[in-house]
Design a protein around this ligand. Structure first.
Ligand SMILES: O=C(O)CCC(=O)C(=O)O
Length: 338
C-alpha cells in the first residue's frame, strides 16, 4: 500500500493557506483556540550537576508530582554530540523519499520509518512522520531500522545511547530517592540491565495552518521515563491544571517526561504527563525522544514498599506488553476501571 507521508503533503501544501480536512482538529483541540494565553507558571528546569544531591532529588520529586515533566541542564551529554545527533537525524529525513521508504515499518512492528496510519478517535490525522529504533541493550537492537545514510548515523547514535543511559540511570536513582525507597528500586523494577531504550525521531514539517493542526496528539507515554532532545523550534505543550502550557526552548537542555510505568510504580505519587505538540508555519520542528521501556514480559505494579492499608494500590499489575496492548486498544487498565 502506498502510504502518504506528511512530509510529502507538506511539500504539496507549500504556499497554500489550507490543509487537507483530515488534519483539521476539532475546535476543542485546535491549538489556536486551546493554548493558554495568560501568564503561566514555567516548567521546572533542574541543574543535574548541582553539588547538593538532596536538593536535586527534592526538585525532581516535586516536578514529577506537580508536572510530570521537567527540563534538565548540565546533564553531562556534550553539546557537540547533541548537535551531531540532530544533524544525522535531519540528514536522514532530507533523503529522497524512496531512500527513507527502505526503512518503512513492517506490519505489526513498532520499529521503522512511518506515519501514523490510522485516523484517531476523532477521525483525524497528526502532522508528523517518525522513525523508531531501539538503541539499547545490544541484544534487542535491530540495525535493519537504523539508517545506513548518512554514514555517521550509527556511530553517533551508539555514542548517544551510551550517554543517555547514564542520564536515565541517574534520573531513576533520584526518582527512587524522592520516593524514600532504596536508590536502585525503580531501576530494578523496570528491568535493571534489561531496560530497553527506544529512540524515536519526530519530523514535523512546516504546516500552512498551525492554528488548526497538531503534531503529536494529547497522550501520556507508555514508558517509564522519556528523555527528549528538541530542536530549536518550540512546540511541546503540557496539560497543567486543565491548561495547555508551552514548554520554552533551552539550548542543550533535555526534556524529561514521567511515563505511565513510573506513575504506576510510585502508586500515583509521580504523574505521567499529558502532552501534545504544535507545529509551525515556516519552520520544521524535530525532536528525539528516547523511551525507557521495561521488557515486555516484566510485570509492573505499585512498588510493594509504597503500599500500605492506608495507601492501597491504585493500579493493577500488568506485564508491560499487556499494558501496551490494553492501552493501545483502549481496554480497562486501572483498579478503578475494573
Ligand atoms: O516532539 C515532542 O516534543 C513530543 C513528542 C512526543 O510526545 C512523542 O513522540 O510521543
Amino acid at each position: 500500500m502506498e502510504v502518504e507521508r506528511v512530509q510529502a503533503i507538506a511539500t504539496l501544501s507549500k504556499g497554500s493557506d489550507t490543509i487537507p480536512p483530515e488534519f483539521v482538529r476539532p475546535e476543542t483541540e485546535q491549538p489556536g483556540l486551546t493554548t493558554f494565553q495568560g501568564p503561566a507558571p514555567s516548567i521546572p528546569t533542574i541543574d543535574l550537576a548541582h553539588p547538593d544531591q538532596a536538593h536535586v532529588v527534592a526538585l525532581i520529586a516535586d516536578a514529577s508530582k506537580e508536572w510530570g515533566l521537567f527540563q534538565v541542564v548540565n546533564h553531562g551529554i556534550p553539546s557537540e554530540l547533541l548537535r551531531k545527533l540532530q544533524s544525522v537525524g535531519k540528514q536522514f529525513f532530507e533523503l529522497p523519499q524512496q531512500e527513507k521508504e527502505k526503512y518503512a515499518k513492517p506490519p505489526n512492528s513498532f520499529e521503522g520509518y512511518g506515519t501514523k496510519l490510522q485516523k484517531d478517535a476523532q477521525g483525524k490525522k497528526a502532522w508528523v512522520d517518525h522513525l523508531f529504533h531501539k538503541v539499547w541493550p545490544e541484544s534487542v537492537v535491530n540495525y535493519q531500522f537504523w539508517p545506513r545514510e548518512p554514514e555517521a548515523y550509527k556511530e553517533v547514535n551508539e555514542e548517544y545511547a551510551k550517554c543517555v543511559r547514564e542520564v536515565g540511570e541517574k534520573l531513576l536513582k533520584y526518582l527512587s530517592l524522592g520516593l524514600e525507597v532504596e536508590e536502585n528500586a525503580l531501576k530494578d523494577a523496570v528491568g535493571g540491565e534489561a531496560l530497553e531504550y527506544m529512540m524515536k525521531i519526530n519530523y514535523y514539517p512546516p504546516c500552512p495552518r498551525p492554528d488548526l493542526a497538531l503534531g503529536v496528539t494529547p497522550h501520556t507515554d507508555l514508558s517509564a521515563i522519556t528523555i527528549l532532545l528538541p530542536n530549536e523550534v518550540p512546540g511541546l505543550q503540557v496539560l497543567k491544571d486543565g491548561r495547555w502550557i508551552d514548554a520554552h526552548y533551552i539550548p542543550n537542555a533535555l526534556i524529561i517526561h514521567i511515563g505511565d510505568q513510573i506513575q504506576i510504580l510510585s502508586n500515583g505519587k509521580y504523574k505521567s504527563v499529558m502532552h501534545r505538540t504544535k507545529v509551525e508555519k515556516e519552520r520544521t520542528r524535530m525532536s528525539w525522544p528516547v523511551f525507557l521501556e521495561p521488557p515486555g514480559e516484566l510485570e509492573i505494579g505499585p512498588l510493594p514498599q509504597l503500599v500500605t492499608p492506608n495507601n492501597p494500590p491504585k493500579y493493577n499489575t500488568w506485564k508491560f506488553k499487556d499494558y501496551i496492548y490494553r492501552k493501545l486498544n483502549k481496554l480497562p487498565l486501572d483498579v478503578k476501571d475494573g
